[in-house]
Design a protein around this ligand. Structure first.
Ligand SMILES: [Mg+2]
Length: 257
């Protein structure tokens, strides 16, 4: 019998209580959808605390403060800022300390700044998906490293909704994350989710782009960092201004495509 803490590590689960439950009571019919949510601009909106914390962590190396982070993984942002300064080998050696530093800044800013808000319709959508848990595996696909994701979701009371995830330390580029989530889902419930049964929800063109290699179903929402027009130009399968129309978003997730 594998020890449960090993399983948490293996499945990359930010939610130990739900992981415990999900592992103990396996579903009696096969899962049909793997539903993967981005965090920033999709589920919640902060006050740029994440970017500020990352910038504090990478200082004092020189970098452009206007450097865009949305849609990228934390790893990509750090390499873009610091690889020219340190080189790949030295930066890789410094990564654990950089991430520790980032998490300390992020935790402090989320404790002292209460301007983090849940985006419209998100809680109703997640609660509605709860009633489809027998066929939907709900997870995260985020550029945040796992510890950062836990802090952000905890700030708005969303920690308990997600069974597994692919995170910012799983790949430098967002396109590397969907196969990681699919593999963790396979190990979690024995189902190899393919093509349109993998659903990626996000607020940037990078979220839409990262689903292409797997032919995933992409659902874009213009509640975050990229405009409705920019998202439309990337041709997601569905595009919403926000998630307030719960039934419409549920149909986009559940209906055959
Ligand atoms: Mg986002």
């Amino acid at each position: 019998m594998q020890n449960i803490s090993y399983l948490f590590q293996k499945y990359g689960c930010p939610n130990r209580r739900r992981q415990c439950h999900m592992y103990a009571i396996l579903p009696d019919k096969p899962m049909q959808r793997l539903v993967l949510f981005d965090i920033d601009g999709t589920l919640l909106m902060g006050n740029q605390q994440g970017k500020s914390a990352l910038m504090q962590a990478v200082a004092p190396a020189p970098f452009n403060r206007e450097h865009r982070i949305s849609g990228k993984t934390d790893l990509q942002f750090i390499f873009e800022c610091l690889e020219p300064h340190y080189g790949e080998h030295e930066l890789t050696r410094r990564l654990p300390d950089l991430f520790d530093c980032y998490i300390a800044y992020l935790r402090e800013s989320y404790i002292t700044d209460n301007r983090v808000r849940l985006l419209p319709g998100v809680r109703d959508l997640l609660n509605a998906l709860e009633s489809h848990r027998s066929v939907c595996l709900i997870g995260l696909l985020t550029g945040n490293i796992q510890r950062g994701a836990q802090i952000k979701l905890g700030a708005v009371g969303l920690s308990d909704y997600f069974t597994l995830g692919a995170f910012g330390e799983d790949g430098r580029y967002r396109r590397q994350l969907p196969p990681v989530a699919v593999d963790r889902a396979l190990r979690h419930c024995g189902v190899h989710f393919r093509n349109r049964d993998v659903i990626i929800l996000g607020d940037t063109t990078n979220d839409i782009d990262c689903g292409r290699p797997l032919n995933a179903r992409t659902i874009a929402v213009a509640s975050g960092f990229d405009s409705h027009a920019d998202l439309a130009a990337e041709k997601p399968d569905f595009l919403f201004h926000d998630f307030q129309d719960t039934d419409a978003v549920l149909r986009a997730i559940l209906d055959p495509l």
